[in-house]
Each structure stands twice: as C-alpha cells, then as structure tokens.
Design a protein around this ligand. Sequence first.
Ligand code: DGY
Length: 324
Amino acid sequence: MAKPKVLVLKPLPEEAKTIIRERCTMIEPEESHISRERLAELISDVDGLLTNDIRIDSELLDEAKQLKIVSNQSVGYNNFDLAAMKARGVIGTHTPYVLDGTVADLVFALILAAARRVPELDSLVKQGKWGEPGNGGEAHYGVDVHHATIGIVGMGRIGEAVARRAALGFDMKVLYSNRSRKPDAEKAYGAQYRSLEQLLEQSDFVVLMAPLTSETAGMIRIEHFERMKPTAVFVNASRGQLVDEPAMIDALQRKLIYAAALDVYETEPVDAGNPLLSLPNVITLPHIGSATAQTRFDMAMVAANNLVGGLLKDRQIYIVPELQ
Ligand code: DGY
C-alpha cells in the first residue's frame, strides 16, 4: 500500500522527521515563505499537514481534497476553522501537556521582570549609568511579588502551573476566573474563584491565560483595565487577540495600570511603529512562551506522532476537544 503523503511546514528535528518518514512520504518545501498559490499547489494531493500558523478554512480545504489531518505544532489552535474542519471530517491535533511548565516559567519571568524593572535596570547598568546620582535608588524601586495577589484569567493546565508556582514558590494569594470551578486547584494552591470583575479589582498581577476562541476574542477591553489597580501588572502570554490592544495602550499611557508584560500581540511580529514598543512601562518578548530547546523538541515529537497516528490510527494522538 502506498504511504500517505504529508506536507511539513515547520522545521523539525531529525528524530521527529524519522517518525514521519518511517510511515509517510514527507514533503518539506525549501522556501522559508510560501505564497498562497504555492500552498494551494503543495496541498492539493496531501493526506496530512504539519503547521501551526496556516489558517485552515473552507478556502484552503477546497484545495486540499485529500487532507485528513492537520497537526498543529502548538497547544493553541486558533488557526483552525473548527466548523469547516468538522464539516469535512478533517482531524485537528495539537501539543498539550509538554509545554505547560515552560510557559508557566515564562509567565513568572514576565512578572518578575516587570515588578523588579529588570530590562530597564539592566540597560541602565550596561549604559554605565549605575554610579549616576539617584540611579538604583528610590526612583528605581520595584514592587514585591512574594505575598502579592495574582489573578489568573483562564485556569487550564498552564493556568494551574502558574498557580502552583505562585502559591508554593512565591507565597502569593491566588485568585482565578474560569468557565468552571477547579476544586483541585482550590485545594492544592488555595486558589479562590472570582468573577472576572472581582479578580481584576483585587489582583496585583493579572495573568491572562485563556485560549483564543470566538467567545474570548477581545475579552479584555478598556472597562477591564479601568477596574484594575493603578499598581497592577498585566501579563499576557496566551494570545494578543484576547485583548483590545489600543485600549491596553491607552490604559498604559494614562497609567490606569502600572505595567504590562507581554509575549503576544494583536499582530505578530509586532509592527515596529506599535506604541507598545516605546512605552517605558511595557516589557515585550517575541512570542517565546514555549521556546526552550527541550520543550520545542518535545512539541515537534508530539506533532509528528499526531500526524502519523491520525493517518494510520495506530497510536494515541491529541485531537483538539472540539473535533473529538
Ligand atoms: C502555543 O503552543 O500555542 C504557544 O503559544 C506557542 O506557539
């Protein structure tokens, strides 16, 4: 029997390629940027696709008549048009679990960097300004993280990993808002359930950890920033489109909140002219939540297994909940 044909649009380690090549014919285009026309050509006769950023919608599926599975090399799958995939019986998979701790670590990197003004003070030292009057003194004091209140919006696996670090590592009071209560997290980390509004009013650090869906898009608007404490730090390491970005910029410019620490943006890569890049109370990272060598390796292995398993039905795979 002919091997299924799969298109791989992400760089993979050799180990992941081996998993795929053992059972499939793998197409790996050499170009770093693939035009829409080229994609249509490449996808026309493949059974599987490995990606994490291509929009999988009706238009694309019309050109991919043989496609049976899209394996996303990420936990998020907001690039899937779930209704279109469901209508055509195309499986969609993702890479949960392997990145939970890594993303939670990054959330804490952002929290600590904003609270203790790490990038600002790092740059001051490197510019040779440490010895100048006032530098490193009261004007540069930060805020405490330990024993502060953290509010986690979206208590999925990564949210819980953040709660664990907050409660057990930093003695923080943990609040959370979520579609459903999480009794295990309440017991293990003393996490207290709040409405979104209560959480915003009571938290020193507001961490957005929700998935991007049609219900959550734009969920944090100006009225939400207005509810936060003027000393609050807002952290987003999930998806930029969850936030009304102009409203966040307005809130930062008007100092409705103390700072924002961001790994994600409405448009990525973030535009060089975006006002977020010139605000002193904003810390910016280039969407690196899961970007450690080990975790990216693990994600590639899971994505490769999902791709092959989805076609051969010979192993456990991680189909996204809405398509199960
Ligand atoms: C994910 O896996 O969804 C992370 O945002 C990394 O892309």
